[in-house]
Design a protein around this ligand. Structure first.
Ligand code: FPP
Length: 253
């Protein structure tokens, strides 16, 4: 579904499910996928069942992102703090990620999705590291949508890692400005997120894209991640479209 087609209900039966073509669609959307545990608890299921439902939900949300014209999606899959969860949950999540790559890589590749990883590879199980590296390599020339998976990711760790590389490369203080620093972050060449969505009602940044999110619009919804569908995504985009982005400036009347 293209935006142009979506304006014509004859051409596109899902025309009502499209963002306004008269306001800009966010280029880069980042998502804190929270609430899997609460979703499972509400159904008397183990937490891992919530993560499974959350993973299955990715397919429809990514498809909707692509249909709505979003070009970059960043998902917070596992933070540097998440290692503190019970080992069976951590191992289950790692396994789920491996299975997802095995199951979805070919379809994502066919859809023109370029997969990238944000975070430190070091603590990730070697078998998952290999699958991530293969997925990155396999999809590196795709151009329809960039999918950043933040896994073993922390915003502060990212800033420390960038600083270490800057020092290791011997940059002089006067060579360093904000644009140069940004290039040393995991997101290096990518534009900052325009919209950061957090599901399940908590008003927290949780160490996610703390540098890149400086001017992002935040959208928090009470909807739990496994229930966040294309309609909820559309609500988030419409919310974004109604906001005036000033980047600290005063806009003339
Ligand atoms: C937060 O819910 C969710 C996570 C820590 C994991 C999110 C990961 C996925 C949905 C899998 C991603 C998969 C791929 C392939 C990228 P929570 O457990 O904190 O929920 P709660 O706050 O209700 O307990």
């Amino acid at each position: 579904m293209t935006l142009t087609a979506s304006l014509n209900p004859v051409l596109d039966a899902t025309a009502s499910l499209a963002p306004s073509a008269f306001a800009s669609v966010p280029n880069h959307v980042a998502i804190i996928m929270d609430g899997n545990g609460r979703w499972a608890k509400a159904r008397n299921l183990p937490r891992l069942a919530g993560h499974q439902a959350g993973t299955s939900n990715l397919r429809r949300v990514l498809r909707a992102c692509k249909n709505y014209g979003i070009k970059i999606v960043t998902l917070y899959a596992f933070s540097t703090e998440n290692w503190q969860r019970p080992p069976e949950e951590v191992n289950g999540l790692m396994r789920l990620l491996e299975v997802s790559i095995d199951r979805e890589l070919e379809a994502l590749h066919r859809e023109g999705v370029q997969i990238r990883h944000l975070g430190r590879l070091d603590r990730i199980p070697p078998s998952l590291q290999q699958k991530i590296q293969r997925a990155i390599e396999y999809t590196r020339h795709n151009t329809h949508l960039i999918l950043n998976v933040a896994l073993n990711y922390g915003g502060r760790a990212e800033i420390v890692d960038a600083t270490r590389r800057i020092i290791a490369e011997g940059l002089r203080p006067e060579e360093l400005d904000e644009a140069t620093f940004s290039r040393y972050l995991y997101t290096s060449d990518l534009p900052d997120p325009d919209l950061i969505i957090r599901t399940s009602g908590e008003y927290r940044v949780s160490n996610f894209l703390i540098w890149q999110g400086a001017y992002a619009e935040y959208y928090v919804t009470d909807v739990l991640w496994p229930d966040f569908d294309e309609r909820e995504l559309l609500k988030a985009i419409e919310h974004y479209q109604r906001r005036e982005r000033r980047f600290g400036r005063v806009l003339s009347a």
